[in-house]
Design a protein. Sequence first.
Length: 517
Amino acid sequence: MRYAIIAGSLGMLCALPLIFAATPELEHIPPEPVMFGQIRVAELWESPVGKQIREKLKTEVELGENLLFAFSGIKPDQIESITGCIPKAIDGPFSGFLVIVTTKVPYNATTLKLVLPKGPPLANKDFHAISAEMCVHFTSPRMIAFMSTDMIETYLKPGKGGMLPVLQAAAKQESTMLIGIRFRGFPDSIREDLPAQLQPIAPIFNTNSWHIAIKADKTLNVTGQIDADNAAHALELETAVKNIPPILDEGIKDLLNELEEDEVFQRFAPFLKAFQKMYQEGKVTKLEKRIEVSMVLPESANLPAVAVALKRTMMGEDVSSRQVSQNNLKQIMLAMHNYHDAMGAFPPAAIFDKKGTPLLSWRVLLLPYLDQNNLYQQFKLDEPWDSEHNKKLIAKMPVVYRQPGVTKADEYVTHYQVFTGGGALFDFINGVKIQDITDGTSNTIGVVEAAAGVPWSQPIDLSYDPAKPLPKLGRFHRKSTLVSMCDGSVRLISDKVPEAVWRLLITPSDGMVVPAF
């Protein structure tokens, strides 16, 4: 056995020059990084799924291509690979990082040096600082490395890579993407403090070599490998790997329930369901000292559509009515607090005349705190909302009072209302002080989406009576209602929440504990 180990080691050493000739970037990777990743960019770019995504994002791709070429003199299909690692982990943040880019043709180092930021000078003039913590090394005409400055000495000691299975897999160049983690390189706390739901897969967090390889074709073919210490360890790992699907199922179930409430993010549901099918139908094979997993992402995942959805979401092109309403409620409640800071209390539900007749809504009082002071100044506060003068201002309703997806552009009604009377937060005459909300601001509703809209300046809201049925609420988000709590947070409350809980949330000082809902 001893001689076999020696012979194997010598064979690996003899093979290193051949490995590095094809993959020179691996020569600069430490032998046992805690995290490793590689993307073979040109291969992904030319793969069927890559072409489909490029076609869907044609405008953005062309812009990116032009920028990349202007700065570096190369195009995406001329990038051989992007390889990165984190060499070690300590208690707290990771220590150092290294990212190496290799190209099929020489890049334009002169242009890159001009456009890259300039940091403080480094002792080693071969490295160019781009900040106090980061630097770049123009290793060769076809290889450039970005790293933290504490990686300089490590980078200058070649001949280290290729020893871990994930690095050996990278050297074979058979995968479009590779991800590897050496869990034993992490602090012991990661294993000692595992949450209860992860305990069934605890053995995975005590492995020295774990990696996933992805091959891009019309979809993604995924293989995984976990290396065990011995046969007994392999048996533990097999059980742990088979425990992963139930844990993922629970998480995806919760996520799908969340997505169901948001019309924009629903477009990601097919991908999640396809991902679920992928691991549920995956094959797990136990060898003597290794666990292998093979899976195929179904084409129903529709990765091009996912790419488009991500782009639209990240660019803010597609915002759901729920997100807009959440933002509206946050702005309204912030204005309430600013009013409180200025006046010593939240606004009363209405402005009254000397005879006790309500004239204008609290929504008018909030205008100066919603950057609408000019509109506020135009109101005659001693006249009703529909007086000859004030009714001309109804058409100037601020957009923050418009219920997205419900209120039409030529309508000037609002569904953002408050509860009044019956021990609710808002009183028609006097404003309530925060210190009077003894149940806690996080347990008390401030503003709510009502079912029926009212002219925004009219002093009409939801009349509350503890002896009568609840006022009708807006169910604009798949039978759920958005409410802003008095602490400024916004919550989505399902119609399945018991009426008794609603009543506890409506009243600010009933002394009752609000149960979880």
